[in-house]
Every structure is written in structure tokens, then in C-alpha cells.
Design a protein around this ligand. Structure first.
Ligand SMILES: [Zn+2]
Length: 376
């Protein structure tokens, strides 16, 4: 048996492989230049029809150990369909018991979203009407940061920014963008057509390309947690945020969505900007309107289980949503999806999945349209 992870978004270190007992012992490695760790993605070969016990020995010492409670790992034979495999978290170890049907099988924390797929997404989108690609800047390692401009920019239209995957090990965020784009670019979709009559979008599908390729959970290649860089991003350490925030200052905006995944909570939810100094009745009203309409139109979204609300004036201004709400006085929301499942509507075979993330991404256009005319 062999374990490999030297590929796009691969992450695992092999401790030992016992070919007689079919016991595989592994460790997740730390993010580049950082102490975060949680994302894993590896390939097992030579284990066909062998009842394997795969243990991640340092699961208890990862960034979010509670993330492993009630969690089942994702696996795939064809790299298209990712199903869940029974996993248990005990004494600090995550153990996966699995008998592969085929000789080669991939395991991952969540369905990966590859760099190749990212490039395919950007390039297929640019072929649609009223879409263009702009390179906003370069990542720490010198890769292009792609932004899509969707809709006809015009003076009196609303401006909507959507950014995703500041945390690279949250690939559900880019699946969400793929689903949102599919719906937004569907000329037969009345909601999308209506939105694009009155608004246009700036969309950054992957804020942290270097970290995604490296198989990091939260850090960029420089070791920066990009969602703690929004107060004072630097060209040297956090160019991804530096260039995007500068571009936002040029365009201004009326709505911003920042898409993420949450390791622990088994629900879809949003976090808003109630702790920023400029928080007012307007922002409170718009948040409620957005959240309530999303719940009414998409049963996969809820507002009961979420992060504790911040006290007035106590917001961490290095976080994107807070910085943007304060900077532009606009509605800004962090969208969170689960790694585990939506406990309100569980799916035993797939858990929360790439496909469900895509559908949730399409569904966000309903509340966008609902609040559009009132966006300031
Ligand atoms: Zn995140």
C-alpha cells in the first residue's frame, strides 16, 4: 500500500504503513509558514478489497479539534463523485475504516476544488455575454489573482462584490461561486436577469490561490491569514488583500459577500458586522431582510445556529466583512457553510457536498434581488 499527496492541494505526512494488518498512520502537516492545520487530501493505492484502518494521529492537535466530532471524511474513486466514509474521532485521533473497491482512492477533508477547475471556471465565464476577466494583481508566489466583472457597468447601477476562499482549505466556498455564476449567467433565469438590469458584480472566485495549491487550511504562501489582513494589508505579506481592497476603493460598492466554510457548526449561516462603529438601523434592517428572505426561499439556510454576536464597537476590523461594512457603509456578510452536513437536512451518503454548495450559491441570488433596490 502507498500514500501520496504530492499533487494540487495535497496534504498528509505518512507515519507508518502496516501492510500485514492494513493499518495506515498519518499526520496532517501545518500550513505554509504558519501553525494552522486541518486540511487533508491524499491518495491511497494498492489497498483494493483490504479492510483498512486509516488514522490521522494529530487530529486532536489541529486548529479546530471539534471539527472532527460527527464528521465523516470524503472519498472518491473517479475524482468526480465524493462520498462520505465512516470516521470516528477518539483519543485525539480521526480513524477512517474503509475497504476500497478499486486499487486507487482519494481521501479529502471536503471535495477539492482544483486550480485547473478554477481556471476553467474563470475562462468559461468570460465567454458569456457581459462578462470580462481582470487580473487584479499577483499572489505572494506571483500567480494571477483573477476577478470576473459580470453585467454591464453603468453609473446608476448597484455594485456587488463577492469574494471567496480567503481560507484555501474551505473549497465549498468556490463550489458556491461556481453555482452562483451558473445561475447568474443563465439567460433564462428571471432572477439573474432582473439583478443584472440594476446591478453588476465584481467576483473573486479564489482569493488565496497559493494556499489552495499548497493544501493549506487558512494561510497564504507567506503564512498570512488573509481574513485578518483587511485593516492594513501589505504588498509584501498579503498582496492578495492589498490589491483587491485597493480595487474595491476604486469601484466602491453597495453589497459585499465573503464566502467561507466552518469546521465546527453543522449549518449554513451568515455573520454580519454588528460590532463596527458605523453600525446603524439601516444595516440592521438590511441584514434581517436578507437573512429572512434567504431562509424563506432556501430551506438549507438558517439563522439559529451561528457565531455569537459582537458587542457594539467591539468588531475586529482586520476581518473583511467588518472592514468593508465600516469602509463603505454597505451591507456586508460572511457566508459560512459546513464541512460536516446541514443537521437540519442531513444526507447520509454525501453530507454537505460540492453539489449542495453550488445550489446554495445559486440560491443566494434570491435575497440579493430582494434587497437590491434598497442597497445604499
Ligand atoms: Zn474561512
Amino acid at each position: 500500500m502507498e500514500i501520496t499527496s504530492n499533487f494540487d492541494s495535497g496534504n498528509i505526512d505518512v507515519v507508518s504503513i502496516d501492510d500485514k494488518k492494513n493499518i495506515i498512520r498519518l499526520k496532517i502537516r501545518k500550513d505554509t509558514n504558519s501553525d494552522f492545520l486541518q486540511w487533508f487530501h491524499f491518495r491511497l493505492t494498492g489497498a483494493q478489497k483490504k479492510a483498512c484502518k486509516i488514522s490521522i494521529l494529530n487530529a486532536g492537535n489541529t486548529s479546530y479539534p471539534k471539527g472532527w466530532e460527527s464528521y465523516n471524511a470524503c472519498a472518491s474513486y473517479d475524482r468526480e463523485e465524493w462520498f462520505r466514509v465512516p470516521s470516528t474521532f477518539k483519543d485525539g485521533e480521526l480513524s477512517i475504516s474503509f475497504t476500497p473497491k478499486y486499487n486507487s482512492v482519494y481521501f479529502s477533508y471536503f471535495t477539492p476544488y482544483s486550480y485547473e477547475r478554477h481556471l476553467d471556471l474563470v475562462h468559461s465565464a468570460q465567454m458569456a455575454n457581459d462578462v470580462s476577466v481582470e487580473i487584479v494583481g499577483k499572489t505572494f508566489e506571483g500567480r494571477n489573482i483573477e476577478m470576473l466583472i459580470v453585467g454591464k457597468p453603468r453609473r446608476n447601477k448597484k455594485i456587488i462584490w463577492v469574494i471567496s476562499r480567503q481560507h484555501p482549505g474551505e473549497p465549498m466556498a468556490e463550489w458556491f461561486i461556481e453555482g452562483m455564476l451558473e445561475r447568474l449567467l443563465d439567460p433564462n433565469d428571471a432572477v439573474s436577469k432582473k439583478i443584472l438590469e440594476d446591478a453588476y458584480f465584481y467576483i473573486v472566485p479564489n482569493m488565496n490561490i497559493d494556499g489552495s495549491i499548497a493544501g493549506n487550511l487558512r494561510s497564504s504562501a507567506s503564512g498570512a491569514n488573509l481574513n485578518r489582513e483587511w485593516h492594513r494589508p501589505t504588498k509584501k505579506n498579503s498582496p492578495e488583500v492589498y490589491y483587491v481592497r485597493n480595487r474595491m476603493d476604486e469601484t466602491g460598492m453597495n453589497l459585499m459577500l465573503d464566502v467561507h466554510g466552518d469546521e465546527e457548526l453543522p449549518y449554513n449561516f451568515v455573520a454580519a458586522a454588528e460590532g463596527v462603529p458605523g453600525y446603524d438601523e439601516y444595516l440592521a434592517k438590511m441584514e434581517n431582510k436578507f437573512i429572512n428572505h434567504w431562509m424563506e426561499t432556501c430551506p438549507d439556510f438558517q439563522d439559529t445556529y451561528k457565531y455569537p454576536l459582537e458587542k457594539p464597537g467591539a468588531a475586529n476590523m482586520t476581518i473583511c466583512t467588518n472592514q468593508i461594512a465600516q469602509r463603505f457603509g454597505c451591507l456586508a456578510l460572511t457566508i459560512e457553510m459546513p464541512f460536516k452536513d446541514n443537521r437540519n437536512m442531513p444526507d447520509k451518503r454525501y453530507g454537505w457536498s460540492d453539489e449542495r454548495s453550488k445550489l446554495l450559491g445559486g440560491s443566494v441570488l434570491n435575497p440579493v434581488l430582494h434587497v437590491l433596490s434598497e442597497l445604499r
